[in-house]
Design a protein. Structure first.
Length: 159
C-alpha cells in the first residue's frame, strides 16, 4: 500500500500558489461536508440559516485558506477512496496523473478506512497546505494540497 501512495506522490505536480494573502471564510455546515465526521457546528451554522454554499462569491484569497483546503482535501480523500475522483476539481495535469494511477491507488486508499482526523500542520506557500490525516486503520499520513486561484487542485502529495 505504501508503495502505491508514494508512486502517486512522485507523479503529481506540486508547487507554490499565486494567490494573494489568505483570508478565513466559514464553510461550516455546508451540506456537502456533513458526512466528514467533523463537528462543523463549532465553525458556525449556515445550513440552519438556509445559506447555500454555491451562492457565496469567492476570490483567489479564499481558495488559499487552510479552511477551504481542508474541506477540499476531505472531499478529495473520500472520492479517491471510493474510486470516484472528481477530475473537474483538478488541473488537467493532475487529473491525468490520478486517472493513470487510480487502479492502484483506490484499493490502497480504501484499505486505510474512514478518515478520522485531519489536522493542518503547515502552509509552505500561499495556497499550499499540509495536513496530518489519521485513518480508521490507525495509519497516519501527511497530505499536501495546493489549490490555484481558480479553485482547481493543482498539487496533491501523499507521504
Amino acid at each position: 500500500m505504501k508503495r502505491a501512495l508514494l508512486v502517486l506522490a512522485a507523479a503529481l505536480a506540486f508547487g507554490t500558489a499565486g494567490a494573494a494573502a489568505a483570508q478565513e471564510h466559514d464553510h461550516a455546515a455546508h451540506a456537502d461536508h456533513g458526512g466528514h465526521g467533523q463537528d462543523h457546528a463549532a465553525h458556525g451554522d449556515h445550513a440552519a440559516q438556509g445559506e447555500d454554499h454555491s451562492d457565496h462569491a469567492h476570490d483567489a484569497a479564499h481558495f488559499a485558506t487552510a479552511r477551504h483546503a481542508e474541506h477540499t482535501l476531505r472531499d478529495t480523500i473520500a472520492d479517491l477512496q471510493a474510486g470516484t475522483p472528481d477530475y473537474d476539481t483538478m488541473v488537467p495535469e493532475l487529473a491525468d496523473a490520478v486517472r493513470t494511477q487510480s487502479a492502484a491507488m483506490t484499493p490502497a486508499l480504501a484499505s486505510l478506512g474512514e478518515l478520522q482526523t485531519l489536522e493542518h500542520i503547515a502552509e509552505p506557500a500561499v495556497g499550499s497546505h499540509q495536513f496530518r490525516a489519521t485513518f480508521a486503520s490507525g495509519q497516519v499520513l501527511t497530505w499536501s494540497i495546493a489549490i490555484n486561484d481558480e479553485n482547481k487542485i493543482r498539487g496533491l502529495l501523499i507521504q
